[in-house]
Design a protein around this ligand. Structure first.
Ligand SMILES: [Zn+2]
Length: 409
């Protein structure tokens, strides 16, 4: 509105051929102030500038226009508002939206190469897209929230961990917030960013047994039922079995080669659920279970715990938990005892899983975590944490998108 396409030309620029589209202001419509968007009397005109548009037939395409300056009664002499531009960047909004949509399907580097632009342009486009989406998104109606830590990059420094907050309602699962580190301060910052209305409206929160999270969630979202996630408890059990296996394996290797053979290449078999082990792996597992090895006992304990999740009654689940931890404490396997102590000290939160049954989707946190890993591992060429954060919101945030006159992809 308020502008006309004047002339379209194919031009040689250096080696390349480009399409240049000249624009002119509509004679009868005044320019609008870029601050308040109200029409204002003209002041003067700036030199011609160019904005990159979506490439047509693979040919780079540019808008060419000399912006007017207007004299706004409220804001003084300012550049007019240009509907194809966000004011700062040399890319049109149409191109930024185009690149951002493609950047979900291809890596950022590939997107830049295919559409003859720079990595930086793709980055800026996604950033603009995400900022728009974050400003416009609706947070009303978030009832269930999952909090988790994610490792990224190399090394185990504090900065290599991220705290992520998800919405895990049945009708909407998305990334709500991500921040560096996994301290109390990080989570507080995240909850603050979401705002007190969201936090007060929560009915369920789901997290790991990570202490900083437990204490912040207890103080900030005390009204919500806090559930320890099944996925995390299984993970702790698996880690314990693996610790037993590793310790025993090195002990056996020191004693004799033949004995150590029994544990070789069993790591992934042991982590799998018993009913899912097939073929030769199953035979090997049977032989292992028949042995007197510690690993076999640890694995058996882990398998038994799977029954816990099948209970319908809170009372029976509680009784099972008592029984299981009692057995684990007598197993003489330190890693299993450690899990048992951990489960005992968080018994209430673990049993909340049964109180919330049917209300929260159990696999949601795990599913979203797997998706995050795809993003952090994919070679987007993220040079900075900031870029990765933007990529996460872009792919998992389910953000609203700016509208454009035409959808190119
Ligand atoms: Zn104004």
């Amino acid at each position: 509105m308020g502008f006309v396409y004047q002339e379209v030309r194919i031009q040689e620029r250096g080696q390349a051929v480009v399409i240049e589209i000249s624009l002119q202001p509509h004679g009868g419509i005044r320019g609008h102030c870029s601050q308040c968007r109200r029409p204002a009397p003209g002041y003067d005109r700036l030199p011609k500038r160019r904005w990159q548009f979506v490439p047509l037939w693979g040919i780079g395409t540019w808008f060419r226009y000399a912006p007017r300056r207007v004299q706004c009664p409220a804001h003084g002499v300012v550049v007019e508002s240009l509907p194809w531009s966000d004011g700062k960047r040399p890319l049109t909004c149409a191109l930024m939206g185009f690149l951002a949509r493609w950047a979900r399907r291809l890596s950022w580097r590939e997107t830049a190469r295919v559409f003859q632009t720079s990595w930086e342009s793709v980055y800026r486009s996604v950033e603009w897209f995400v900022q728009w989406g974050l400003a416009e998104r609706q947070l009303a109606g978030v009832e269930s929230m999952g909090v988790d830590e994610i490792h990224w990059g190399h090394g185990l420094r504090a900065a290599n961990f991220l705290t992520v907050i998800y919405q895990i309602d049945g009708h909407c699962r998305r990334l709500l917030w991500v921040g560096q580190r996994r301290t109390e301060a990080t989570l507080r910052r995240g909850l603050k960013a979401l705002g007190p209305e969201v936090v007060k409206g929560l009915r369920f929160v789901c997290s790991d047994m990570w202490k900083p999270y437990l204490s912040v969630l207890a103080t900030e979202a005390g009204q919500a039922l806090h559930v320890l996630d099944r996925f995390h408890i299984t993970m702790h059990l698996n880690q314990a079995v693996d610790q037993v296996r590793r310790a025993e394996s090195s002990r056996l290797r020191a004693a004799s080669q033949a004995a150590a053979q029994q544990l070789k290449h069993t790591r992934w078999t042991l982590l799998r659920r018993g009913s899912r082990v097939r073929g030769r792996a199953r035979q090997k597992l049977q032989a292992l279970l028949a042995s007197k090895l510690q690993t076999a006992r640890a694995w058996e304990l882990k398998e038994t715990f799977a029954h816990f999740w099948k209970y319908r009654s809170l009372t029976w689940a509680g009784a099972f938990l008592d029984y299981w931890t009692w057995r684990a404490m007598r197993s003489r396997l330190e890693p299993m005892k450690k899990v048992a102590r951990m489960l005992r000290s968080h018994e209430e939160l673990i049993l909340n899983w049964f109180r919330a049954k049917g209300e929260i989707s159990t696999g949601a946190v795990e599913g979203l975590n797997n998706k995050i890993r795809v993003v952090t591992r994919r070679s987007y060429g993220f040079r900075t944490y900031k870029a990765m954060e933007i990529a996460l919101y872009h792919t998992l945030g389910r953000l609203p998108e700016p509208e454009s006159a035409h959808r190119f992809c």
